[in-house]
Ligand binder design. Structure first.
Ligand SMILES: NC(=O)c1ccc[n+]([C@@H]2O[C@H](COP(=O)([O-])OP(=O)(O)OC[C@H]3O[C@@H](n4cnc5c(N)ncnc54)[C@H](O)[C@@H]3O)[C@@H](O)[C@H]2O)c1
Length: 334
């Protein structure tokens, strides 16, 4: 396939691009604004390949989107482009509204105009928190943060383009991702890098928030699978095989890095923090996808990757991220 992958310079988008180039022989053009989270370093192992091209631009800019489509003539748009950090959405929601609402609208209009298939990458956070049981695709949408509320708005807009204009659009909602190339503001890389540097490990509240962990290669594969086999107009959940409370994840990272439990520091909980996310993936499993990486193995591979790839995270830890960290946690990184 020829694909336009929006937000392909980020964590999961670049994992998806690598997979499509290596395992499916696709031609891929990435359109990405390169926010703080988007990095050309994520293309390091395929940047020079003929089947790959990169265009810098924002999805809310119709000219950038039209130019990218005219340049690569894709069969489908896959949209990963998003502001993705809940804490930042609480501090500064503006960019979330712009990218998720306006950006998704511009992409849907372009897909209509050019007659393209469309896949929206979404999140389990649109369902809100669940104390027991698990969310299916027909569960009510109850987002709780500006991040999840704007992602939900984008999903509803995508569905309206299917119902109103018969745009062949699908949505794939993932649970919490982890793996190589994840920006260190997120729980797992934050804890790994702080543990390796002897910095405190800031745990929100009691740390008993439960997340349903999926390795980024498994979520990328689910997205590819839904793109190829999903029914237009449908939503597909892709949850990971394991659920763990944050404290268990932090303790496991301490073991894997040789850090000390004394580094754990309980900090004031995130406002409106969701207690538990859990996704049922029966519908996408029925299409033939299943997750391959168990959390135990994926986490130790991820710790090893961060240990071995200082070239990737050193520029981040020494740049703007330091200021963000100080604002967020009220103390400097070592
Ligand atoms: N990380 C997770 O745990 C998780 C779980 C489920 C779903 N998702 C969804 O997967 C997608 C990718 O998440 P990620 O963790 O890889 O995010 P990320 O923050 O690592 O990457 C986001 C990418 O989007 C780009 N971007 C942001 N705004 C843009 C704009 N206006 N125009 C063009 N590009 C823009 C950034 O430059 C970056 O490359 C998002 O839609 C997110 O909601 C993430």
């Amino acid at each position: 396939m020829r694909l336009l992958v929006c937000g392909g310079a980020g964590f999961i988008g670049s994992t998806f691009v690598r997979q499509r180039l290596r395992e499916h022989g696709d031609e891929v053009t990435v359109l990405d604004k390169l926010t703080y989270a988007g990095r050309e370093e994520n293309f390091h192992d395929f940047a020079g390949e003929e089947a790959f091209a990169f265009v810098r631009g924002a999805i809310e800019d119709p000219e950038a989107v039209g130019g990218a489509i005219a340049g690569c003539r894709p069969e489908a748009i896959v949209n990963f482009a998003a502001e993705t950090h809940v804490d930042r959405s609480i501090a500064e929601p503006d960019a979330f509204v712009k990218t998720h609402a306006l950006g998704t609208h511009v992409l849907l209009e372009a897909a209509r105009e050019w007659g393209l298939r469309y896949l929206q990458v979404s999140t389990d956070e649109v369902y809100g928190s669940i104390e027991e049981g698990t969310f299916t695709e027909s569960s009510p949408l109850r987002p709780s943060s500006p991040y999840s509320a704007t992602k939900t708005g984008a999903d509803l807009l995508v569905q309206s383009y299917f119902h109103t204009y018969e745009l062949p659009a699908v949505i794939c909602r993932g649970s919490n991702n982890y793996g190589p190339y994840q920006y260190p503001e997120k729980l797992i890389p934050l804890m790994i890098l702080n543990a390796l540097h002897g910095d405190p490990l800031p745990v929100y509240g009691d740390g008993m928030q439960v997340r349903n962990w999926i390795h980024s290669t498994d979520f990328a594969a689910a997205i590819g699978h839904v793109l190829e086999h999903g029914q237009p107009g449908e939503v597909y959940n892709a949850g990971g095989p394991d659920e763990e409370p944050n404290m268990t994840v932090v303790r496991r990272i301490i073991e894997l890095t040789g850090a000390s439990e004394s580094q754990i520091e309980h900090v004031t909980d995130r406002p409106g923090h969701d207690v538990r996310y859990s996704l049922s993936s029966e519908k996408v499993r029925a299409l033939g996808w299943e997750p391959k990486v168990r959390f135990e193995d994926g986490l130790s591979q991820t710790v090893a990757w961060y240990r071995e790839n200082a070239w990737w995270w050193e520029p981040v830890r020494s740049g703007d991220y330091r200021e963000y960290y100080e604002r967020q946690y009220g103390r400097a990184l070592s």
